[in-house]
Design a protein around this ligand. Structure first.
Ligand code: SAM
Length: 312
């Protein structure tokens, strides 16, 4: 199947990788393929975010058997393919050519296995791919995922912050006003926040987060899975000061703690709310409403509601 690629319109793109050393199906003496061909469709393949040993055996297998690999940067993926000792046809697919390349890729999936990789990590996560998946599904092609490294998830495992609910923000806008607006939008969200940032912008971003969210606990995870991997934790303002004069090198994920839960309501809060609720509702309903709103004990509120109404 791979041999047919050269006739395809998408394959004629100027930067199409035509080298074929070591690729294509291999056969035994009875001409039985030694390796099962992959079924046609789209294969979303996660690749390492630094340490090449993190490429899963399944990801390597899919990449070595795909008829073509859609890539962000042919030089980056060529290095990865070299690492696993295969050469596959590569088709550039990135933010600047995606609209033009997508129809050709979708057409190929009818008869070929097309793998999608990004430069690092999981495709579609702050990387191209979602429209390719959408159109592949709409065309009735199989879509298969080969999960693996993702900087956001890896950073969550290092940050020592709650992971039961998290919100991934990707890259915040770089302009100050737009960034402040984006931060304000999520200030009340009861979840750990995860975002990607660059070294030069890190300190300003941390200051903006402190201003918009309050001085929460946070972590800066840097160069994950690489030689200089580190995770520095502290309050947002402390981290902003730390990086103000020395912007860190390398790739960065910022993780921010959720907002503190509100202070528990007091009996006085309960009384005030109950008095108001009793002007509209019977005692049982008023107690139920206030209990739900303030997290107070419903039975105690009911007893107090009867007292307030002079029924006890
Ligand atoms: N799709 C990728 C993923 O699954 O993580 C993310 C791609 S996004 C264009 C690249 C950003 O991810 C970097 O700017 C950085 O914020 C973060 N990142 C990627 N690799 C990283 C690493 N090894 N350590 C820390 N952050 C990393």
């Amino acid at each position: 199947m791979a041999q047919a690629d050269n006739n395809n319109a998408a394959a004629s793109a100027t930067s199409f990788e035509t080298a074929r050393v070591g690729c294509g199906p291999r056969f035994d003496s009875a001409m039985t393929p030694l390796v099962e061909p992959l079924s046609p469709g789209l294969y979303i393949v996660a690749t390492p975010i630094g340490n090449l040993a993190d490429l899963s055996p399944r990801a390597a297998d899919i990449l070595s058997r795909a008829d073509a690999v859609a890539v962000e940067d042919t030089r980056v993926t060529a290095g990865l393919l070299r690492h696993i000792g295969v050469k596959r046809p590569m088709i550039p697919y990135h933010d600047h050519n995606a609209e033009g390349m997508r129809p050709g890729l979708i057409a190929r999936m009818a008869t070929e296995a097309v793998a999608l990789v990004s430069d690092a990590g999981t495709p579609l996560i702050s990387d191209p791919g979602y429209k390719l998946v959408r159109d592949a599904r709409a065309a009735g092609h199989a879509v298969v995922t080969i999960p693996g490294p993702c900087a956001a998830i890896a950073a969550l495992t290092l940050a020592a912050l709650p992971t039961d609910r998290f919100l991934f923000l990707g890259f915040l806008p770089s302009k100050q006003h737009a960034r402040a607006e984006a931060i304000a939008e999520v200030a009340a969200v009861r979840a750990t926040l995860v975002l990607y940032e660059s070294g030069p912008r890190l300190s300003a971003c941390l200051s903006a987060l402190a201003e918009g969210l309050g001085d929460r606990e946070a972590a800066v995870a840097r160069e994950i899975t690489k030689k200089f991997e580190e995770a520095v934790t502290g309050r947002l303002s402390t981290l902003a000061a730390r990086y103000a004069d020395a912007p860190p090198k390398g790739e960065i994920v910022v993780v921010v703690a959720p907002p503190e839960p509100p202070a528990p309501a007091s009996a006085d809060d309960g009384d005030a709310a109950l008095v108001e609720a009793l002007t509209r509702l019977p005692a049982a309903k008023a107690a139920g409403e206030v209990a739900r709103a303030l997290g107070l004990d419903r039975k105690a509120l009911y007893a107090r509601a009867l007292e307030l109404k002079g029924e006890r």
